[in-house]
Design a protein. Structure first.
Length: 71
């Protein structure tokens, strides 16, 4: 199912915040406890995909400007 512009815009801040936290430290341990965050590379891809999707949806989707026939 395709996501709407509102859904993509709602998800974007959470994904971006997770990416920024992942840049600080991907995993660490304190006093026998440990925390692992998703890899920053994976989150960056998700941030970029969401930004592209928001841009595309806010501009009316994909438009075909011209079609060239193939002989």
């Amino acid at each position: 199912m395709a996501r709407t512009l509102a859904q993509a815009q709602e998800e974007y801040p959470a994904v971006r915040a997770a990416y920024l936290k992942a840049l600080q430290a991907e995993s660490y341990g304190i006093g026998g406890r440990s925390l692992s965050r998703p890899r920053s590379v994976d989150l960056r891809k998700q941030v970029d995909q969401l930004a592209e999707e928001i841009y595309r949806l806010s501009n009316g989707g994909i438009r075909v400007v011209a079609i060239t026939p193939i002989p």
